[in-house]
Design a protein around this ligand. Structure first.
Ligand code: TYM
Length: 337
């Protein structure tokens, strides 16, 4: 008998164009995993409205992120690619899980605390229950692996706890998902303030390299990257003074497939200026194919629309089964069809 493929699932918020952190920390792994696993990837637009979002921008960036997934190499006929809000089961399961998630557990979430500080005028209930929606996203599809960057690990832990609690109360319903991270790139740092992670919402123009940035912009941002005064291309794990150069070396290694040792010996005796330019160039070269494919796909509106429709249908068919099971377990009454 043929063994069933394991399932990988992940999502990205369309709060801005995906950046190098999203790409190296998560999306590049999505492409690799999609070749081996039954993969589902989605644009988490419902999560984005927990932040202050301009509606026109949200629509534009949802489409942009969707097309970028295809441009990066996710094949819509082999994997399931969709927009979260096109599958209503996410909200329906979220409500059920909300009723089985303790308030205390949610109040410990570091992202909730960070985001509340970032948007003190808009600490909405959705921001607080964000991890429950994320648990619903994952548990609906009975995912085995969730490829994410390190910042999402706490959320994944909540998804596992919620699944275990629900299974304990109502018998086996959800699979417990495992995180999947690439240690070398699980946290790409800001180019401007290298002790902070690279983020889509950074107000500093030089901090974040977006996947669709033009070559000149990419190189300019890397040339301005903050480093230290030692001027020696060497990697020192955990040394706060070396956070900038460590980050640049990690990015360089990720694009050239060289090891840290190879990179250090290649750049021995050479200055930071030359290295920063080289990092900018390998990144721009590495993103070129994705950008070209993105431009080609974006002009084919009919094809993209077909992919959106098929993705939502495929996802809904799986989600529906888990939702029905969870509804039955908690005692919601069904009606004969
Ligand atoms: P989001 O949109 O913030 O980020 C998408 C993915 O990129 C990773 N990431 C990073 N990795 C390395 N370095 C960085 N600087 C960096 N910044 C972001 C994130 O870890 C993530 O894997 N809540 C999620 C979206 C989501 C989701 C889900 C993910 C909603 N439902 C279910 C997995 C499963 C988020 O905001 O990711």
């Amino acid at each position: 008998m043929q063994e069933q493929k394991k399932r990988a699932l992940s999502g990205i918020q369309p709060t801005n164009t995906p950046h190098l952190g999203n790409y190296l920390g998560a999306m590049r792994n999505w492409v690799t995993l999609s070749r081996e696993f039954d993969a589902l990837y989605f644009i988490a637009d419902l999560h984005s409205i927990t932040a202050d979002m301009n509606p026109a921008m949200l629509r534009k960036q949802t489409l942009e992120s969707f097309v970028l997934l295809l441009a990066m190499g996710i094949e819509p006929d082999k994997s399931t690619v969709f927009v979260q809000s096109h599958v209503p089961a996410h909200c329906e399961l979220c409500w059920l899980l909300n009723c089985y998630t303790p308030y205390g557990e949610l109040s410990r979430m570091t992202q909730f605390k960070d985001k509340s500080k970032k948007q003190p005028e808009n600490i909405n209930a959705g921001l607080f229950t964000y991890p429950v929606l994320m648990a619903a996203d994952i548990l609906l599809y009975q995912a085995d692996y969730v490829p994410v960057g390190i910042d999402q690990k706490q959320h994944l832990e909540i998804a596992r706890n919620t699944a275990a609690r629900f299974n304990g109360a109502f018998s086996e319903t959800f699979k417990l998902p495992e995180p999947y991270t690439s240690p070398a790139t699980a946290k790409i740092m800001s180019l401007a303030v290298p002790d902070k992670k690279m983020s889509k919402s950074d107000s500093n123009q030089n901090a974040t390299v977006f996947v669709l940035d033009e070559r000149d912009t990419i190189i300019r941002k890397f040339k301005r990257a903050v480093t230290d005064s030692e001027a020696q291309v060497s990697y020192r794990e955990g040394d706060p003074n070396k956070a900038g150069i460590n980050n640049l070396i990690s990015i360089y290694c990720a694009f050239t497939e060289k090891t840290i040792v190879q990179t250090e010996s290649e750049w021995q005796g050479k200055g930071y200026g030359e290295f920063k330019l080289a990092v900018g160039e390998v990144v721009a070269d590495g993103l070129k194919d994705i950008q070209e494919k993105y431009n080609r796909l974006s002009s084919d509106k009919q094809y993209i629309n077909d992919c959106l429709k098929t993705g939502a249908q495929k996802a809904a068919a799986i989600a529906k089964r888990t939702l029905a099971k969870a509804q039955r377990k908690v005692g919601l009454m069904a009606v004969d069809s």
